[in-house]
Design a protein around this ligand. Structure first.
Ligand SMILES: [Fe+2]
Ligand SMILES: [Fe+2]
Length: 230
């Protein structure tokens, strides 16, 4: 890993494009500021950075919305925001040539490399002694998506035995936010954003429970706010 938190010395915090509450969380923890700068360094014209900024804002609003029903304390909300911010941190280990290819050129080798980012993110966060509340959801964030990666193998299932239900629930929320963001705001270099009503329909086909539907409606309600911030 080129950039590590040990040799990271920010001049001063400059987190823009975040809700004030999210900014407070970021400013309270140098590790998050390191993560943001590391994401900025990925050679994808800041697409991953922007994606994680929106997800942190949206994730904060969602966690706050669910807090009463699910009994989340402020710390749980902060850990969920951290998972949103750093869910794609494993991409700092992916060679840049695999991150910028267009669909036509994107082959099995690229897929194999990009697919590793969830596991690599988990390894980074675990190595840096972040909370399991963060690194387990990061590890699983593609497992609950339609286009999940073919790596739910025996070792992954073994790891899942150590997780608590809340980690698996949060991984699912992270997956919903991830799909929502990529559809609503697009995923460069090619997939442009699609109309928000179609985003909602697509999400509801993928996440089907009654509670999922409520969450998706909530995200729909936050769309303009997230868009304004980005
Ligand atoms: Fe991802
Ligand atoms: Fe993502």
């Amino acid at each position: 890993m080129g950039m590590s938190v040990e040799n990271f010395h920010p001049e001063k915090p400059k987190p823009k494009r975040y809700l004030p509450e999210v900014r407070t969380i970021i400013e309270s923890d140098i590790y998050l500021r390191w993560g943001i700068e590391a994401l900025r360094d990925i050679s994808d014209e800041e697409a991953t950075l922007r994606h994680t900024q929106r997800m942190a804002n949206c994730g904060y609003l969602l966690a706050k919305h669910l807090a009463k029903d699910r009994g989340y304390a402020q710390e749980d909300i902060e850990l969920f925001v951290e998972a949103c911010l750093l869910h794609d941190i494993g991409k700092i280990e992916v060679p840049p040539k695999h991150l910028t290819k267009l669909h036509d050129e994107f082959g099995p080798e690229d897929l194999a490399e990009v697919s590793k980012h969830a596991y690599q993110g988990y390894e980074i966060l675990r190595h840096d002694k972040r909370s399991p509340r963060v690194f387990y959801p990061v590890l699983l964030h593609h497992e609950f998506q339609e286009r999940s990666y073919p790596d739910t193998d025996a070792s992954m299932l073994k790891l899942m035995e150590d997780m608590e239900d809340v980690d698996i629930d949060n991984a699912r929320l992270l997956a919903m936010l991830d799909v929502f963001d990529r559809l609503a705001f697009g995923s460069p270099p090619e997939n442009p954003p699609i109309q928000i009503e179609r985003v909602v329909a697509k999400l509801k086909m993928q996440f089907k429970s009654e509670e999922d539907a409520e969450i998706i409606d909530f995200l729909y309600g936050q769309y303009e706010k997230i868009k304004e911030l980005s």
